[in-house]
Design a protein around this ligand. Sequence first.
Ligand SMILES: Nc1nc2c(c(=O)[nH]1)N[C@H]1C(S)=C(S)[C@@H](COP(=O)(O)OP(=O)(O)OC[C@H]3O[C@@H](n4cnc5c(=O)[nH]c(N)nc54)[C@H](O)[C@@H]3O)O[C@H]1N2
Ligand SMILES: Nc1nc2c(c(=O)[nH]1)N[C@H]1C(S)=C(S)[C@@H](COP(=O)(O)OP(=O)(O)OC[C@H]3O[C@@H](n4cnc5c(=O)[nH]c(N)nc54)[C@H](O)[C@@H]3O)O[C@H]1N2
Ligand code: SF4
Ligand SMILES: [Mo]
Length: 739
Amino acid sequence: MHTRTCPLCEAMCGIEVFVEGDRVTKVRANENDVWSKGHICPKGTALHHLHEDPDRLRQPLIRNDDGSFREASWSEAFEEVEKRLASVLESPEALAVYAGNPIAHNFSLSRYIGAFIQLTGITAIYSGGTVDQWPRNVVSALMYGAAWTIPVPDVDRTDFLLMLGANPFDSQGSLLAAPYLMKRLHALRERGGRFIVVDPRRTGTADRADEWIPIQPGTDAALLLAMVRVLFADDLVNLGRLTDRVDGLDALRELCMDFTPEAVEGTCRIPAARIRELAHGLAKSKQAVVYGRIGTCTQEFGTLASWLIDVLNILTGNFDEAGGAMFSNPIAWSMLSLRPPEFEDGFELGRFHSRVRGAPEVLGQFPVSCLAEEIAEPGEGQIKAFITMAGNPVLIAPGGDRLDEALPKLDCMISVDNWLNETTRHAHVILPGQSPFEQPHYDEMIWSWALRNAGKYSPALFPMPEGTVPEWAVLLQLAAMVQGQTAADVDVEEIDNFYFVGLVSMITEQEGSPVHGRDVEEILAEHPTPGPERILDFAIRSGPWGDAYGSNPDGLTLERMKQQPNGIDMGPLAPRLDEILATPSGKIELAPDYIVADLPRLKERIAKAHDTLVLVSRRQLRSNNSWMHNVAPLMTGKPRCTLLIHPDDAKAAGVEDGGAALVRSVAGEIEVPVEVTDEMMPGVVCLPHGFGHDKEGARLSVASQHAGVCSNILAPGSLVDVPSGNAVVNGIPVHIAPG
Ligand SMILES: Nc1nc2c(c(=O)[nH]1)N[C@H]1C(S)=C(S)[C@@H](COP(=O)(O)OP(=O)(O)OC[C@H]3O[C@@H](n4cnc5c(=O)[nH]c(N)nc54)[C@H](O)[C@@H]3O)O[C@H]1N2
Ligand SMILES: Nc1nc2c(c(=O)[nH]1)N[C@H]1C(S)=C(S)[C@@H](COP(=O)(O)OP(=O)(O)OC[C@H]3O[C@@H](n4cnc5c(=O)[nH]c(N)nc54)[C@H](O)[C@@H]3O)O[C@H]1N2
Ligand code: SF4
Ligand SMILES: [Mo]
């Protein structure tokens, strides 16, 4: 039996892996894990199926002229990359990158994606982040001066939790790392607290709450702003300890004036009296917190909603306080916590614009839906070469069908990916990574928004197959080749040393770091072996509980972490606003101009009538975005790619449970089986994302038998949350007819 951590989601569950010879016979929960204490989900118990999946790529693939693929050696594959890249080396703006979600959970990629971007200087960066949490990043950048400083709802100690647009029953938590969240939410109620869910769908989470409040999709900002208005009007604002730490209180009081509960109730479809009660409940509970996630981000007013969630926590004295919204202090700091030098004097957004649509960059990215047009539209600056890393934008991005048509136009497409999926089937070269059992694990960024200050290391279970190039080395090799080096000349170790020296130098120059002012050479001497392990070791040793290379001799090192296979828990979160605030003013910016400038758009929305039917997304416990549909034990049971619709809407549209529906939006049309259920609020229908596995040329033998349809065909790429450029995949107007 081997003790490990499941790398699939933010819950970071401890698992026990049983092995016979070179085969895993069973994966089960590790009751002794100090973090997850025996929690596991069906994906975790099926982890070995990813390792054993015959479709998982073990060798690089090169595309033949007829579109088929052949297995190749690593040196052949890199030579092919060199040939393909040659045509674009002279015009760096012709090269774009797409970074997918599994990077966040991968030992190598999470620690080297930054290195890749820094070393290549590529500016055309796209990611799943703009169909996810980009509004959250904008808010943190402007309010706290750091895009990845993310407040965590302290669910273990709160008395009142208002949760909007999140469904941990299926997702297991997001930007809130906490195993077995449903048990924690149950405990909240058991200790007499209140737990309220605001969601257009009565989800598994809502079913287990004190109250489910259905809301018209996309209108959370109106609800939250009205709550802010109530706090001011009813004299409930209490900044507590933060009184001298915030800027913009008067501006906020002013700008919420028009947004009375009565003014927004029709928009949100939540009675004014209920909105008042919510504001009072929040203000009057001893410890209270508002938390929102993807439903409050991937919608028309994602930035305003994300901003107002924090504003409510601050105004009610529930910010940086136990039981409120708090900041983690992980054992190993994340590279995301390092401030990009270009934003030293505060964040500027919209520094440049996309070529075709003129979309402003936001935190260095354009909306992912821009990709298709930037590849397809001829002209100066057209994308000719494209590198994808652990991503499937053809299925997960709005307008992915247009991207699917554009990708064959590229001169060069390289994918760092473990499967031949709907996106990578267009690549000229696919460079595979390792299975979850062939690499160590220690989450890089997830601990930065964990509910407790903790950390855990898992060694690789099986050695990497001989001749394999680890993913971090693949990224460095590609980075060097993008800079013009020939495949055979790249010295990965040298580049890694260069990068690591830079990292150590930066941290030793950082005031407040436990290794501030220390001799760089002395630290480097302790880390002769290249790769992600030494970055991790450095992040632990120079972290809050580290040994600081001798000045705190009893402190932690990676070696000491390795002796604790069940993890180390440093306890619940503690206030740390002083350490994290990085705005030029040194204060929390309560009403940043850039965000406030979006309020007129919200006013227009409030004045508008509803669309009769709108579409929202859903996640499923046994899926992981687009990529775990190839695991047979997770695909048993009834087909899951169904349209959920309220009985009244089904009747009006003439569709029946078990029948087919044609769902049409301005972007496209799909046919999908119907599930009639009162878990949807009237006027809102729901589809899962990540399906559509019927594309020719993908090599996903199980997923293709459960193909489903791609819901993002219905999402118009032009529909974004304006301040963040984040895609709107919730609240899309649709029309439904019998199929
Ligand atoms: N309609 C709608 N669309 C959505 C969403 C929604 O809620 N509704 N959610 C959005 C969100 S939040 C996200 S994060 C995105 C996800 O979007 P993506 O990250 O682009 O897609 P995934 O399906 O998570 O994974 C992409 C690929 O990573 C590969 N992969 C898995 N593990 C590894 C590994 O260890 N190494 C390498 N190299 N490759 C690996 C797999 O082949 C998989 O196909 O989707 C977004 N799209
Ligand atoms: N099993 C599983 N776990 C996952 C994933 C997965 O695909 N499968 N994906 C992972 C990823 S990449 C992410 S980002 C996280 C996301 O984690 P969560 O944010 O918890 O995601 P969802 O489960 O999609 O829940 C979003 C909820 O928002 C609701 N919603 C939609 N529109 C609105 C709206 O306008 N207002 C409000 N208030 N609610 C709305 C939806 O009905 C849905 O219930 O999950 C992660 N965990
Ligand atoms: S909840 Fe499931 S997928 Fe997430 S870490 Fe735990 S076992 Fe893995
Ligand atoms: Mo995500």
